[in-house]
Ligand binder design. Structure first.
Ligand SMILES: *Cc1c(COP(=O)(O)O)cnc(C)c1O
Length: 365
């Protein structure tokens, strides 16, 4: 038997989540955000499930070019734009859209003559204070971009810092509206949280990411309550069982001590597979479909679980680390992180299988 750990990908769930995003923002074009290799799912692997997307948004120029080389004709937006002027010919050659967020980029564009001219999204900083031009400069910069021969079309965008919070976008939205008042360009505002909460103000182009993969962008609203289904299920099996007496310890550092006789299951999955090492004792995990808890420190290749409530569990019992039956958000919450980080962190050594195409040979990205 091969090492039993696999990341199983449910393309039907991804297609359904995309439809869900579209239903939240019916008037908008949907750019599926596929940065970080589709949030760790494998961009080329999941592409067939994104047939209904209007386009794509990502960070990595090499993956954008790969999409074009595979014949992809829909719009592709690079969310950090270009980093140096030498990349502009690649943008033009492959008709890649480009976020412009800094004066440095504006100046590079003014000096460049890419052919054909580029689709540009001018990003305005509405309070995140990460990327984006100042709201009071947006009008003048839009005018400069309008004049630049390198710019073929112009849109205005922003990214909300707190779209997942109750009063999270009012101030940012007001800044955006003030900065853009009267400008005739299409707009792009909403990420997943924005799509769910403010589909109507998401703009002409929305940019859902995490919701497509079936995790929640919110701290207090589950993916299930939003009608989203998990796309990735990280599955393994028990490869060992230990019987402990009271006082026995488990794992490095003895962070778990048995208070009574008990059994411990050993799962083939560790931090070298992308499971978070900081997941504490008590992190939820499924064994034979039942929700139990980790016990002991996560090591490089293994996790140990408390089998007290599962007298029938044995070597070979099925384990779900996250996904079907155990929301990735629950594991992330226990480990003090977010579903985004866990799905992006699945390590290259973990084999992926596409549900319904279990033959591993045809599932590499
Ligand atoms: C990553 C990203 C998104 C998608 O955000 P989610 O929270 O995953 O929906 C949208 N817009 C920009 C600019 C991003 O960088």
């Amino acid at each position: 038997m091969a090492r039993p750990l696999v990341a199983q990908i449910d393309l039907a769930a991804l297609a359904a989540n995309l439809a869900r995003a579209r239903a939240f923002a019916p008037g908008s074009q949907v750019l599926a955000v596929v940065k970080a290799d589709a949030y760790g799912h494998g961009l080329m692997r999941v592409l067939p499930a994104l047939a209904a997307a209007d386009g794509f948004a990502l960070i990595e120029l090499d993956n954008a070019v790969r999409l074009r080389e595979r014949g992809e004709r829909r719009p592709i937006l690079l969310l950090e734009g270009f980093f140096e002027a030498t990349e502009l010919d690649t943008f033009a050659h492959h008709a890649l859209g480009c976020v412009v967020h800094s004066l440095e980029q504006v100046e590079m564009l003014e000096r460049a003559r890419p052919m054909p001219a580029l689709d540009v999204y001018l990003k305005i900083n509405t309070g995140m204070n990460r990327l984006g031009v100042a709201p009071n400069e947006a009008r003048a910069i839009a005018a400069r971009l309008e004049r630049a021969p390198a710019v073929g079309s112009l849109r205005l965008m922003t990214h909300f810092a707190r779209a997942d919070e109750e009063d999270g976008i009012e101030q940012a939205l007001a800044r955006f509206e003030a900065a853009c008042a009267g400008l005739p360009y299409p707009r792009s505002l909403a990420n997943s949280a924005g799509v769910v909460r403010f589909g109507d103000i998401g703009g002409d182009v929305v940019r859902p990411g995490i919701m497509l993969y079936g995790a929640t962008p919110f701290a207090r609203r589950s993916a299930q309550s939003l009608g989203l289904a998990p796309v990735m299920t990280l599955r393994s099996k028990l490869i060992g069982v230990q019987t402990l007496a009271a006082g026995d310890i488990v794992g490095y550092g003895a962070t778990f001590v048995a208070t009574q006789p008990m059994r411990i299951g050993v799962v083939a999955c560790g931090y070298a597979d992308g499971y978070p090492r900081h997941a504490p004792n008590g992190t939820p995990i499924l064994v034979d479909g039942a929700r139990v808890a980790t016990a002991g420190r996560v090591s490089m290749d293994m996790i140990t679980v408390d089998l007290s409530s599962l007298p029938d569990a044995r070597v070979g019992s099925d384990v779900v680390l996250w996904g079907e039956g155990l929301p990735i958000d629950d594991v992330a919450h226990a480990a003090g992180t977010v579903g985004y980080e866990l799905m992006c962190a699945v390590a290259p050594r973990v084999p992926f299988v596409v549900q319904g195409q279990e033959d591993r040979s045809c599932t590499s990205s």
